[in-house]
Design a protein around this ligand. Structure first.
Ligand code: CA
Length: 342
């Protein structure tokens, strides 16, 4: 096989001087089963890809899963008579790339049996691995809609794809958006988007609007990093006296990445930076980990307490033939707490 994709996600929030922050996650019962060994009540198979709804080749839960052979642009399509999504938050399922992996897929919701243009790209599927997927209905444009009629998971390269598998498909009542941690007088660098004043200077391949997975909010930064490339945040020169650390959440996927974080002072990279311990594979039950790095650790002793710019960088050195996803989460800036140069 060709490349093994080491997919990960880095929640590069980066609220400087962040507080501890508990997150509130509201849940309610009565999630709606779309597929649980069989199609859920009133769900129909409208797929135009070739699907086997009772495959036992790869099973995540129970006794069966859906095997999908998708030619160009073909899709696994779950259809339901129109219903109101006002009480629902997320679409969740597990997906497996089969022995080959590498599939690129796209999820589209339908209202009144009309597909919406606001679809969501899935992370590239991994070989021989089940991946959990959570997509806010809002990301599909079908939240709080009176006429939701289902969704499809579509081949998105225009070419035949190796067989992939889908299981445990739900529409959940969970509140879709997990609020970000409080800033605690810190400053947001990324919170669903690059915060005001912060620019994306990355030279790694990044998607700052990746919708799955996320740690909080609706988006994170997905990073595919080649050797020595980086996710980079840039800000015009500012005083760092009021800040103590850089904080972000990271989802390393299969792990193995070695990342280095460096600051810039007046455009000069501060060596040697701070190298994080090698990332371990994400724990499926808690895939996001909070990382906090003191600003002093990214700074040279001579300049440690002077006013200046503090772009942070995550230098991703992927494992051989690996790729990295870097995602950020936290929250939109509480602008009143953003210190400006004095
Ligand atoms: Ca199953």
């Amino acid at each position: 096989m060709s490349r093994t994709h080491v997919v990960s996600t880095l929640s590069c929030l980066a609220a400087l001087l962040a507080g501890a922050g508990l997150r509130d996650v509201a849940h309610a019962g009565n999630d709606l089963a779309v597929y649980d060994d069989v199609l859920g009540s009133a769900w129909e198979n409208w797929s135009w890809a070739q699907v086997d709804l009772a495959s036992t080749t790869q099973v995540h839960g129970g006794s069966a899963a859906i095997a999908v052979n998708a030619g160009a642009w073909a899709a696994l399509y779950f259809r339901h008579v129109a219903f109101d999504t006002g009480d629902y938050g997320n679409l969740t399922f597990w997906i497996h790339g089969g022995s080959a992996g590498g599939q690129r897929l796209h999820v589209v919701g339908t209202l009144g049996d009309t597909p919406l243009s606001s679809g969501v790209d899935l992370p590239v599927l991994l070989a021989n691995t089940w991946q959990p997927i959570t997509i806010p209905l809002a990301s599909l444009g079908v939240d709080h809609a009176a006429n939701f009629t289902g969704f499809w998971i579509q081949e998105w390269t225009g070419a035949d794809q190796p067989t992939f598998y889908v299981d445990d498909v739900m529409v959940t009542r969970s509140v879709a958006v997990i609020p970000p941690p409080p800033l605690d007088h810190g400053m947001a660098l990324y919170d669903d988007r690059f915060a005001e004043g912060w620019d994306n200077w990355s030279w790694a391949q990044v998607n700052p609007a990746s919708t799955t997975p996320v740690n909080s909010g609706t988006s994170a930064i997905a990073v595919r990093a080649g050797a020595f490339t980086a996710l980079a945040f840039h800000h015009t020169a500012m005083d760092t006296h009021k800040f103590a650390s850089i904080t972000f959440w990271i989802n390393p996927g299969n792990g193995g990445q070695i990342l280095n974080l460096r600051g810039l002072l007046s455009g000069v990279i501060i060596e040697p930076g701070f190298t994080l311990p090698p990332l371990a594979a994400a724990d499926p039950s808690a895939p996001w980990t909070q990382i906090t790095v003191p600003l002093s650790a990214t700074d040279s002793p001579q300049s440690s307490s002077r006013a200046l710019p503090i772009p942070s960088r995550c230098n991703n050195e992927p494992t051989p033939s690996g790729t990295t996803n870097c995602v950020s989460s936290p929250r939109a800036a509480n602008r009143r707490s953003v210190p400006k140069s004095r």
